[in-house]
Write a protein that binds this ligand. Sequence first.
Ligand code: HEM
Length: 494
Amino acid sequence: MTFITMFMFLQQHSSLLTVLFVILFFYPLAALFVQHRKPSKLPPGTLGWLPYLGHTLSFLAPHLSTSRGHFLEHNIQRYGKIFRCHVFGHPTIVSCDADFNSFILQNDDRLLESSYPANIPGILGDLTLLVATGDLHKRLRGAMLNFFTTNTQSINFLRHIEDNVLRVMAPWANKKTLIFCQETRKFTFGVIAKQVLSLGPEDVEFIEILHNFETFMKGLVSLPINLPGTAYARAIHAQYRIKAITKSLLQQRKGRGEAKEDEGKMDFLDVLLAHNHLSEEEILSLVMDLLLGGYETTSVFIATVVRFLSDHPRALDELRREHERVRRAKGGDGDGRLEWDDYKKMNFTQDVIKEALRCGNVVKFVHRKAIKPIHFKGFEIPVGWKVLPIFSGVHLDPSQFSNPQEFNPWRWKEDVKMGEFGSGCKGFTPFAGGRRLCPGSEVAKLETAVFLHHLVLNFSWAPLIDTDRPMCFPFLDFKHGFPISIQPICPSSH
Ligand code: HEM
């Protein structure tokens, strides 16, 4: 570039350059100024030097789910379990403190409210439970909870879960390898699509929704840039298509005007239709929430449990023995299907699930914002600051759980819990808490237990990539989808 073209460039772009200069030169000065002017009782920490980004990249750097990651470890060591930083474009308080996390969850809609980054409302809309606040959240959540009380406690629901496990596992007998995450996705989507919309793998709508969901999930964790071809724009379209399919199912049912008499046979759409105070948009949004909640989290969680078991043969042996006992106790009576009483006998399975939730950290943190000044343990947090309770920060805290990085299901045994790990359960919040406690927590545990029952009784497996372990991206996932080799085991061998 000659001197003249450079001069012309500078002249034409003078306003752009001024903005750049202001950002690069004045932002650090402004940040320094703000840091020195801060109310003295803010938690310790810094707001970083990078405009807008602050510490976002280090905060989001992927790490094993069984570790807190470099960013948290470094800041906890330097400032303690509650510190300030700058992430997602906002001054933020990060908490890895069990008491403060519980305080945050219990004060939802009083001192704090949900505050997810722009791509969540951008894709899911303002009616999603994740971003709805106050009375709107209460009303929509009420309608959803109805589904859990009417539908998920019946024997039909247990049968339906077991049918889906058997359907997914049937072809495994003829396979040598599997991408395990794909299999668990087929399973959880099969369960939720039937419960929500009465759709099965034989229905075209089932396949279309599943296909769109994969695109949709990628956008939820992308930058909110709505330009053709971006993951975000594709996710918005996928969301429209899923809602359009749901809308046509909704209209068919309204057209038929049929009302199911047996509550146990109503799907979620029927339950919502019976609520005549919900608008069509609200119904579509609730359906999306339930499909989303029921699909991704539980499928990656089941894969995580199976990965932990692969690495801990002693835990796998004890689990297998428990399920053999359950099967033996049923004897030759009946059709051999699982009953609720069988589920209640799976105590070690429940400990395995709890331990995998603690080490797996499916949801590493949730997003909140202070709507009133917060006073806690001598700190003051001003209105408008983001507050992130980090669940993994507590689940992997050595002062809460001894050897926290070790997968040890026995730590949950009642007698041990009362002693050494007495205080260990306080900050155990894999499903969050308070007014937003995950309504699907029991369903997720049930699906996992039934899946494990048939897996450990019928198959042996081994990971094909040793390093493919559950990672926090910060959403939980496997880089390679957890490929495994698999073999049926004949009943006589155990
Ligand atoms: C291992 C599996 C699961 C984990 C770890 C998990 C975790 C969570 C967490 C931490 C939240 C709170 C979000 C917040 O406070 O901002 C949540 C909310 C939610 N979950 Fe789950 N979840 C799981 C499975 C499920 C299942 C199976 C369903 C549905 C069948 C479900 C449906 C929902 C819904 C609808 C919400 C929003 C609740 C509200 O805002 O009132 N989840 N989940």
